[in-house]
Each structure stands twice: as C-alpha cells, then as structure tokens.
Design a protein. Structure first.
Length: 62
C-alpha cells in the first residue's frame, strides 16, 4: 500500500468516525469535551487528510 492510498483510507475512516460522533452523540454528556465538537474536528482532519491523499495520488508519476 503506497502512501497516497494510506492517506485516503485513514482520512475516510477519520471522516466517518467524526460524522458518527457529530450525528449520534448530541445527548451524551462528557465532563471535559463536547463530543459533537470533537466530531466536527475529526471531520475537518479527515477531510484534510483525504484531500492530501488525493493530491498525492494525482501528483504520482504515471
């Protein structure tokens, strides 16, 4: 597995976990953080990582 596909896979998984947290943890109370906000941050990180993987895949020599 090359680095571009690894970034794509990690980014997609992070994006899915973040969206699950954002959608389904609105009623859960944790003392330190708000899980919906953690979900939004994970979605941003996952989206950036997926975009980086797409960029690396496009820049790979043919």
């Amino acid at each position: 597995m090359n680095r571009a596909s690894k970034n794509l896979l990690e980014g997609a998984v992070t994006l899915l976990v973040g969206s699950a947290l954002w959608l389904f943890t609105g009623d859960v109370e944790v003392p330190v953080v708000t899980l919906t906000k953690v979900g939004v941050v994970l979605m941003c990180v996952g989206g950036a990582q997926t975009a980086w993987g797409l960029y690396r895949a496009a820049r790979r020599p043919a």
